[in-house]
Design a protein. Structure first.
Length: 116
């Protein structure tokens, strides 16, 4: 049950991470919050040798409760492959994070210049 809770928290945070830039397009005042969140995720991953602590926590919980469900690799790669059949290279996820962070910072800058 706890592994499922971590899964849902991780899912919501991932959706916010990747979908938050779209929110920033419509609500520019949100862009600084999203840029801060993405920056924190990048810093956390860097500090953890490019491993997500939530993924490690979920895998540890699965290992104790349902060892047959433990997966290799990253959370996003695993569940995208499992539910959609798409294979995502690990570098592509890191590149996407940097692009999202850059986009959020640009939106923030535009918001400051335009004064919305």
């Amino acid at each position: 049950m706890l592994a499922g809770t971590v899964f849902w928290i991780h899912s919501v945070l991932s959706l916010w991470l990747f979908g938050g830039s779209l929110i920033g397009l419509f609500y520019p005042r949100y862009a600084p919050l999203h840029a801060l969140f993405v920056g924190a995720v990048i810093a956390c991953e860097w500090a953890c040798n490019w491993r997500c602590p939530l993924t490690d926590l979920e895998k540890a919980m699965l290992a104790r409760s349902a060892p047959e469900q433990v997966y290799d690799g990253a959370f996003i790669r695993h569940y995208v492959r499992r539910y959609f059949g798409w294979e995502i290279p690990p570098k592509r996820i890191a590149q996407t994070l940097v692009i999202i962070f850059t986009g959020s910072v640009i939106l923030w800058g535009v918001n400051l210049l335009v004064g919305r």
